[in-house]
Design a protein around this ligand. Structure first.
Ligand code: KG4
Ligand code: ZN
Length: 320
């Protein structure tokens, strides 16, 4: 059994996963309500909340799996990328647990974690495959040849797809986090009502920052009509994001010849994206947004560091 811990942003999560990839427990304590009134994640507030939640969340996961720390053979934890203060809480908790129980520690890259959400039972995706990773912080096309890593084929040169959803939702008065709310509102709207072009950038890269400006102008032009057109705006805006993701993913499929296409990350929960890539494998809904089952899953393929090697590990904010 591997214990996974994830605290890279505003979810405090712990999970227990077997060596075969069976999820025995996955607990996610979202801080969304805490950050909603600020319209986004406040890093310092997130760190403090992780500190309060990390031990109870680990306890809850052990309880739900009906195991104790005696059944755990390794601790896997997110090392980065993410908010450094938030990451340090999970990393420190993992080091303490590993030391106290004489267990090895496996540092996990959060993005590899999202990919590894595909390796869990009962229906794991086997490499090689092309992976679209679309979350609040990242939009990447990945060439995945084995369980232990990936090669980056393309990335967003500005905003991430989830960020575009969140910023659009904010302009439409939908609160934070806006992706799921925008997804719901779009179902009642006409996706052809407005034309929101997505900037074309070279290679397999993405660009989403111009889109929110287009939405801002559209809302201003509507003036008093805005309220009655919100669903149409949401549907048209979502259509533009999904189109960009689908076009690039299909382009990457043709370029690489990879036949299996998989989609992971928070935006993989989007209903229109799921409908627009019918042949693709999507991470299960519960494992799209941040969770620790995916971190434990990635931990199965990472290097197990013995004491005292893991003590030197530091959190990192980004890959750059
Ligand atoms: O993977 P994730 O939990 O966190 C990061 O690693 O960033 O992704 C969160 C992102 C947010 O931007 C959220 O708005 C978006 O995923 N999201 C969605 C949906 N559910 C979550 N975006 C569009 N449609 C959804 N149904
Ligand atoms: Zn994530």
């Amino acid at each position: 059994m591997i214990l996974g811990i994830e605290t890279s942003c505003d979810d405090t999560a712990a999970a227990l996963v077997t060596a075969e990839g069976e999820v025995r427990a996955s607990v996610v304590s979202s801080q969304a309500d805490l950050h909603a009134r600020f319209g986004g994640v406040v890093p310092e507030v997130a760190s403090r909340r992780h500190l309060e939640l990390v031990s109870p969340v680990v306890q809850e996961a052990l309880g739900r799996a009906e195991v104790t720390l005696d059944d755990v053979e390794a601790v896997a934890v997110t090392q980065g990328p993410g908010l450094v203060g938030a990451l340090l809480v999970g990393l420190s908790a993992a080091k303490a647990l590993a030391w106290a129980r004489a267990l090895p520690l496996v540092p996990v890259d959060h993005l590899h974690g999202h990919v590894a959400s595909l390796y869990l039972a009962p229906d794991p995706v086997e490499p090689p495959f092309l992976c679209l990773l679309a979350s609040g912080g990242h939009t990447l096309l990945l060439d995945v040849r084995d369980h232990s890593g990936y090669r980056v084929l393309g990335t967003s040169i500005d905003d991430a797809a989830g960020e575009a959803f969140d910023k659009g939702a904010r302009l439409l008065g939908l609160g934070y986090p806006g992706g799921p709310a925008l997804d719901r509102l779009a179902r009642a709207g006409d996706p052809d009502a407005f034309s929101f072009p997505v900037a074309r950038v070279g290679g397999l890269d993405f660009s989403f920052s111009g889109l929110k400006t287009a939405l801002l102008y559209a809302t201003r032009q509507l003036g008093s009509e805005l309220e009655s057109r919100r669903a149409d705006l949401a549907a048209s805006y979502q259509r533009a994001i999904v189109r960009a993701l689908v076009e690039r993913t299909q382009g990457a499929g043709e370029q690489t010849g990879l036949e299996t296409v998989a989609v992971v990350g928070g935006v993989a929960a989007n209903s229109e994206l799921r409908a627009s890539l019918p042949g693709a494998r999507f991470a299960p809904m519960a494992l799209c947004t941040d969770n620790a089952a995916m971190i434990a899953s990635a931990g199965r393929y990472g290097r197990r560091l013995p004491y005292p090697r893991y003590l030197d590990l530091d959190a990192y904010a980004s890959h750059g």
